[in-house]
Write a protein of this length. Structure first.
Length: 486
């Protein structure tokens, strides 16, 4: 879906096939049409994200990913044929299918990886999905380099290449096992769950795993079948849902898109030749991949909480510095702007590095670790939908903000980052090396976690609707007793 490097070619195609043919109102220019093409993908991705958890629970994690590859192939082929057919509708429809694929795959792939991973490697394996995303972005940057697309008219080939990884996945994925947690907790197929677990976790005790699943299933069976609306009604889900939503808001409103969007302008102001700017952007893509690999190496050692909090506060610092540097720089004569632009470029690289280490891989991982099996699919649907909708808001609002605020455009993002950081500092527990059920029990009380050890309360939490069950009183007493000991 990355078409930034070929935006001018796509815009020219849309102008030729829509504006010159239909003669729309004057305010409908080629920039507006290109924004439409981008927003169609993002909106479709939000729809796909909402459906992702429902599909994952209905037909399985693996089967959803297999079927989803068909959407990617169809989207890439339709989009790539638009120039040959000289019809822009193919581009729009293709982007709809590509968006649905993106929304579904990002949600379901994260659930699948986190559920099949051994607990001690769960963080690193979960972050591998983000690594695949950054590698995909880097490859998209490479195949859309102007040097590779000369002479003109080759940009549909770059879009069509997106069908290749989907086709490979369509062939290979049927040989992978289904999530053992899905097979046991949702389908009740214990023998199949045992086999699936042993295929990937041969070094772990399958009986211990099944005993843990059996306990979690007993809790789930004691309550009505989980419905999406319960995410907003159950008291023990309020804090997990709030974390799942705010962590996506933080990721999208961190300013990452704003910083990258301004990077080419700053590079040109720093004296970088226009023909070399795309290679500098390529450097940002490489940095993104390298820092994601660093995150994979340190996630299990450092834990999720530190890897989210401390890179994010550094990002806030770089946003503040960018605001100061850019504001001063644009007030200077053009001949004196180069040092400020060069400093801005350094800050951009630092910002991207911190994002890749923390806010890039952590959100999807956290959402999958703070819910039990029952609400996990629905929570993922909600969380990923919020992510794409926030992306859409930034996509539409940033050009206007940039025009009105200029050097101060980073301030709204800075405020959001600081507010969300304070919330996560106070309320988000560590999830490393802990079962999903343990984390869910801790979060059921919604208490401040700063200064508390990460021991989970061992009594299950039972809630129904918006009421507290009879056991909740004893749970609260156990919680107060635990905090008193600490």
């Amino acid at each position: 879906g990355i078409v930034n490097n070929i935006d001018s070619e796509i815009s020219d195609f849309l102008e030729k096939t829509i504006i010159n043919v239909t003669h729309p109102p004057q305010w409908v220019d080629k920039s507006f049409l290109f924004a439409q093409v981008s927003s169609v993908l993002v909106f479709s991705a939000a729809v796909g994200a909402f459906l992702s958890g429902l599909l994952a629970d209905a037909i399985g994690r693996r089967n959803t990913l297999i079927a989803n590859n068909s959407l990617a192939i169809l989207g890439a082929i339709l989009s790539s044929l638009c120039l040959v057919a000289n019809h822009p509708a193919l581009l729009y429809v293709g982007r709809v299918f590509s968006g649905l694929n993106s929304g579904i795959s990002i949600g379901v792939a994260s659930i699948y990886l986190m559920e099949i991973a051994p607990r001690k490697f769960r963080g690193g394996i979960g972050a591998c999905h983000q690594l695949a995303v950054t590698l995909g972005i880097l490859i998209a940057y490479i195949v859309t380099l102007s040097a590779l697309l000369k002479p003109g008219g080759k940009w549909p080939i770059a879009i069509g290449l997106g069908a290749i990884p989907a086709a490979i996945s369509l062939v290979v994925f049927p040989f992978f096992p289904e999530s053992a947690r899905f097979l046991y907790l949702i389908k009740g197929r214990e023998d199949d769950a045992r086999k699936a677990f042993q295929r990937i976790n041969s070094g772990e005790d399958v009986d211990v795993f099944l005993a843990e699943m059996r306990e979690e299933r007993d809790v789930a069976l004691s309550q009505p079948k989980f419905r999406f609306i319960q995410l907003f009604k159950q008291r023990d889900l309020r804090m997990p849902v709030l974390i799942a939503v705010l962590i996506q808001v933080l990721q999208q409103f961190s300013g990452i898109n704003a910083v990258i969007a301004n990077s080419s302008i700053m590079m040109k102001a720093a004296g970088v030749q226009p023909s070399q700017v795309e290679f500098c952007v390529l450097g940002i893509g490489i940095l993104n991949v390298v820092c994601t690999i660093v995150a994979i190496l340190f996630l299990e050692k450092a834990g999720r909480r530190p890897m989210l909090l401390w890179p994010t506060i550094v990002m806030a610092g770089t946003l503040l510095l960018l605001t100061i540097i850019v504001s001063i720089g644009i007030s200077k004569p053009l001949t004196e702007q180069a040092p400020f632009a060069a400093t801005s470029i350094f800050l951009i690289f630092a910002f991207v590095a911190c994002f890749a280490v923390g806010l890039g891989p952590i959100p999807a991982m956290i959402v999958s670790e703070i819910f039990r099996q029952g609400p996990r699919g629905a929570a993922y649907s909600l969380s990923q939908s919020i992510q794409w909708l926030c992306n859409l808001i930034v996509l539409f609002s940033f050009p206007t903000l940039n025009r009105l605020m200029q050097g101060y455009v980073y301030l709204p993002f800075l405020v959001i980052v600081l507010v969300c950081w304070a919330f996560f500092f106070l309320f988000m527990p560590e999830t490393k090396n802990r079962s999903f059920d343990e984390v869910a029990r801790d979060l059921a009380f919604g208490t401040i976690v700063v200064g508390r050890r990460s021991a989970a309360i061992q009594t299950p939490v039972f809630t129904k609707g918006d009421e507290v069950s009879p056991d909740s009183g004893s749970l609260l007493r156990d919680s107060h007793a635990l905090k008193a000991k600490e």
